[in-house]
Design a protein around this ligand. Structure first.
Ligand code: ADP
Ligand code: MG
Length: 700
C-alpha cells in the first residue's frame, strides 16, 4: 500500500476531531469539544446540529441506518439498527436524525442480563451517547458508542463503570499532582494498549467440530504428535494465507481509526497476536471489541475461523490479552515514566507505590476482573501467569524500594549512572527495557504496567475499571495525607517507606510459573485463587464494596447484580459445554467406536473362518482394548449425563449452582474426555469423525 493511501484510509470511517472541525459550525464544535474534554453537559440544540452533520457525513459514507452501540454484561457488544428514513405526506421519505436520537436510545432491554436489577416486565433500559469515543460507519451503519443503564439509573453495562472509574482516577491523581506543584494539567487519563492473541484455523475443519462451533473450544482431542515443543512458531514466518488475513484486517481496522501496529506469530502453532498503539482506556476498550469482531469477519472471508477462546486446544498455549496500562496527564506527561530530577523521581515513586499498594490490597478484586470459565484453563496452567497476583518491578526499582524501606530514602541507583540527591534524596532512575519477565501477571515495563491475566475473549473494561478504581483509592489516601502534612518532603518519604514495608510481599521478580513460587506466595500470605467460582465472591467483600462505592464506580446493588451474572454465566457455560460434549460423545464418537469394533471383530472372524493357522493377536488385542475403553466411555457418558440432570436439584442459590457445575459437571467432563482422547489414538482415522489437533493446528 502506498504511504498516501495508508494516510487516507486511516480513520476514513470515523467521525473524528478533524471531521467535526470541518463539518460543524465553530460554536457547535467548541461546545462539543468542551463536553468531550471537560465532561460538561451538552445543550440539546447543539446535539441537533451535531446529529445532522453526523447523518450527512454517514450517508456520504454509504450509511442507511444508525445504531446505539453498547456493551451489555454479556461481554460482547450489542446493536439495533434504525434507518434514517422518515415518511412525508406525499408518500416519499426524507432522512432524519435528531439530537434526541443521538443522545438517548431506548432499546428493548428485557433480554440482556441484569442480575436481578431489572425485572423483565420493566424492560426499559437507556443508552446514552458517550461522546468521548468517536462515532463511526461500519457495514452501512452509523455506530454511536453509548453507555447502557436501567430505568432507575443503574449501570447495565461495562462502559458506565469504566467511564466513572476514569473520572475517579483523574480526580485523585490531580490532587496528588497539584501537591507536587503541577498547576497546568486539567485531567489525568488512563491509557491502555491491549495485545490481542488469537488462533486461526481452516473453516472446513471448524465446521466439522460442534464443540468449536458451540463452545469455542475443543472438548475432545488428543495431543498432536507435534506441538509447540520446537518453539518454531513464535515470531516465525507468517503463512501466506495468514498474512493475507492480517493485511485485510489491518486495512479494516485502520479505516475504523484503530491503530493496529504489531503483528506476529505466537508460541502455539496457529496462534497469532495483534497489538494496537495505546489509547484512553475507554477508546481502547471500544477498539478492542471492534478488533475482535473484525478478526472474526475477515477470517471468514479467507476461509479461516478466528478462535478467541482462552483455551481452544488442551496442551498447547492458550490466548490472553496483555493489558498495558498507564496514567498520563492531558498535557502528555506519563505518570509512570521515571523522571530525571529528584523531584520528578519522587512524584514517579508516589504513583508507582500507589499502584503497588492498590494491587496488594485489592488483589482479590483484580483477580475477579479476569475470571471467566474460559480463563480458568489458562490462569495457573503453566504457560499463563499464575492465579497468584504479584508485581514484577525489575532489579533496579526493587533495589531502590528496598533502600527506601530500610532507611526511608534511597541514595544510590544500581544501574550506576547519574546520581542526583536533592531534597528528597532519591537517585535518578533509568529505564531498563531489557529487564523483562514474561511470567509475571503484573509487570512493570519501563513506563507502564502490563497486566497479563485478562482472557483473550473478554472485554478489557472490567480489568480497567477495577484497576482505575483501586489506584484512585490509594491516590486519595496519599492525597489526604499530603494535603495535611507539615513537611511535604518528609511525608512523601514516610508514605513511600510505609507502602514499601507493608506491601513488598506482592513484589516478585522470579519465575512465576515455578512450584517454589506457589509455596513462597503462600508463606507471604498472597491469595492464590485458581477458579472463577472462588474468585467471584470477592465482588461482595466489604472492603471491595466500600472502595467501589466511595469512588462512585459501582454501587452495592450493581456489584450484587454482577456477582449474580458472573455465577450464572459460569453455570450456563459449563452446562452448554457438558451438553455439547454429551452430544458429540453419544452421536459421533461412540457410534464411530462401535463401527470400528465391528470392523475389527469382522476381521477376527474373517481370519478365523479361513481355517488357516494365522496369528490374530493384533486384531483380538485391539478388539479387547477398544471394547473395554468403549464400555468405560459409555459409563462416563452416563455419569456426566446424571451430573447434568441432577443440577436442577441444587437449591436456588447461584453460588451453590456454579460450585456444583465446577465440582461435579466439569470434573466429569474431564473424566469423559480422558477416555475419548485415548480412543482417538486407537480408532481408524477414516472412521474417527472429528478433525484432529494435527489437522487443525498444522494446516497449509
Ligand atoms: P511488548 O514488548 O510487551 O510486546 P510493546 O512495547 O510493543 O510490548 O507495547 C505493548 C503495548 O503497550 C502496545 O499496545 C503499546 O501501545 C502499549 N503502550 C505503550 N506505552 C503505553 C502507555 N503509556 N500506556 C498504555 N499502553 C502503552
Ligand atoms: Mg507485551
Amino acid at each position: 500500500m502506498q504511504e498516501n493511501s495508508l494516510k487516507t484510509i486511516f480513520g476514513e470511517n470515523v467521525f473524528n476531531d478533524a471531521v467535526m472541525r470541518e463539518r460543524l459550525p465553530k460554536q457547535t464544535y467548541n461546545a462539543l469539544r468542551k463536553t468531550i474534554d471537560e465532561g460538561l453537559p451538552l445543550d440539546p440544540k447543539v446535539a441537533d446540529v451535531v446529529a445532522n452533520a453526523m447523518k450527512d457525513w454517514a450517508i456520504e459514507k454509504g450509511a442507511t441506518h444508525f445504531t446505539h452501540w453498547f456493551q451489555p454484561l454479556t461481554g460482547i457488544t450489542a446493536e439495533k439498527h434504525e434507518s434514517f428514513i422518515s415518511p412525508t405526506p406525499d408518500g416519499k421519505v426524507i432522512t432524519e436524525f435528531s439530537g434526541k436520537e443521538l443522545i438517548k436510545g431506548e432499546p428493548d432491554a428485557s433480554s440482556f442480563p441484569s442480575g436481578g436489577l431489572r425485572a423483565t416486565f420493566e424492560a426499559r433500559g437507556y443508552t446514552a451517547w458517550d461522546c468521548t469515543s468517536p462515532a463511526f460507519v461500519k457495514d452501512n451503519v452509523l455506530y454511536i458508542p453509548t453507555a447502557f443503564c436501567s430505568y432507575t439509573g443503574e449501570a447495565l453495562d461495562l462502559k458506565t463503570p469504566l467511564l466513572r472509574s476514569m473520572e475517579a482516577l483523574s480526580k485523585q491523581a490531580l490532587r496528588v499532582l497539584r501537591l507536587f506543584g503541577n498547576t497546568t494539567s486539567k485531567k489525568v487519563i488512563t491509557t491502555v494498549g491491549p495485545e490481542q492473541e488469537y488462533f486461526l484455523i481452516d473453516k472446513k475443519l471448524y465446521e466439522k467440530r460442534k464443540d468449536l462451533i458451540l463452545t469455542g473450544r475443543t472438548l475432545f482431542g488428543s495431543k498432536s504428535p507435534k506441538g509447540q515443543e520446537m518453539e518454531d512458531h513464535y515470531f516465525g514466518t507468517i503463512r501466506e494465507r495468514v498474512s493475507t488475513f492480517m493485511k485485510e484486517l489491518n486495512e479494516e481496522l485502520w479505516k475504523l481509526g484503530i491503530s493496529a501496529k504489531t503483528e506476529h506469530n505466537e508460541v502455539a502453532p496457529a496462534q497469532h497476536e495483534l497489538a494496537p498503539i495505546f489509547n484512553t482506556t475507554n477508546i481502547a476498550t471500544d477498539h478492542n471489541q471492534l478488533t475482535m469482531d473484525t478478526m472474526k469477519k475477515v477470517a471468514l472471508r479467507n476461509d479461516l475461523v478466528c478462535l478467541l477462546h482462552e483455551k481452544p486446544f488442551a496442551g498447547v498455549n492458550g490466548s490472553g490479552k496483555h493489558n498495558n496500562w498507564s496514567m498520563s496527564t492531558d498535557d502528555g506527561l506519563n505518570l509512570l515514566d521515571p523522571g530525571t530530577t529528584p523531584h520528578e523521581n519522587a512524584q514517579f515513586l508516589v504513583f508507582l507505590c500507589s499502584v503497588i499498594k492498590a494491587i496488594d490490597e485489592y488483589a482479590d478484586l483484580l483477580r475477579v476482573s479476569c475470571a471467566t470459565p474460559g480463563n480458568d484453563h489458562r490462569l495457573g496452567a503453566n504457560e499463563a501467569p499464575p492465579a497468584i497476583i504479584s508485581i514484577f518491578l525489575g532489579e533496579q526499582l526493587t533495589d531502590i524500594l528496598e533502600q527506601i524501606s530500610e532507611s526511608g530514602s534511597a541514595t544510590n541507583s544500581k544501574q550506576g549512572g547519574e546520581l542526583k540527591i536533592g531534597v528528597t534524596t532519591l537517585p535518578t532512575l533509568h529505564k531498563d527495557s531489557t529487564d523483562r519477565n514474561r511470567t509475571s501477571p503484573f509487570a512493570f515495563t519501563g513506563n507502564k504496567f502490563e497486566f497479563r491475566m485478562v482472557g483473550s475473549s473478554s472485554s478489557i473494561a472490567t480489568a480497567n475499571y477495577i484497576l482505575n478504581t483501586i489506584v484512585a483509592e490509594v491516590l486519595s489516601e496519599v492525597a489526604d495525607r499530603l494535603e495535611n502534612a507539615n513537611n511535604f518532603n518528609e511525608e512523601v518519604q514516610k508514605i513511600l517507606k510505609e507502602i514499601v514495608t507493608n506491601h513488598k510481599r506482592v513484589i516478585f521478580n522470579g519465575n512465576g510459573y515455578s512450584e517454589e513460587w506457589v509455596k513462597e506466595a503462600e508463606k507471604r500470605g498472597l491469595p492464590n485463587i485458581s477458579s472463577t467460582v472462588d474468585a467471584i465472591p470477592a465482588l461482595l467483600k466489604d472492603k471491595n464494596v466500600k472502595v467501589m462505592e466511595k469512588h462512585g464506580v459501582l454501587s452495592k446493588v450493581e456489584l450484587e447484580s454482577r456477582y449474580e451474572i458472573m455465577l450464572e454465566n459460569y453455570a450456563k457455560t459449563i452446562n452448554i459445554e457438558a451438553l455439547t460434549m454429551l452430544d458429540i460423545a453419544k452421536r459421533q464418537l461412540l457410534p464411530a467406536v462401535i463401527k470400528f469394533i465391528k470392523e475389527v471383530a469382522d476381521s477376527v472372524n474373517a481370519a478365523k473362518s479361513t481355517g488357516l493357522d494365522v496369528k490374530i493377536d493384533a486384531q483380538s488385542d485391539l478388539l479387547a482394548e477398544v471394547s473395554s475403553l468403549a464400555a468405560e466411555f459409555k459409563k462416563r457418558i452416563d455419569n456426566l449425563e446424571n451430573a447434568v440432570n441432577s443440577a436442577s436439584n441444587i437449591e436456588n442459590d447461584s453460588f451453590a449452582i456454579a460450585k456444583y457445575y465446577r465440582d461435579e459437571v466439569f470434573t466429569k467432563m474431564g473424566e469423559l474426555r480422558e477416555i475419548g482422547d485415548k480412543l482417538e489414538t486407537l480408532v481408524d482415522a477414516e472412521i474417527w469423525p472429528l478433525p484432529t489437533y494435527a489437522d487443525m493446528l498444522f494446516y497449509v
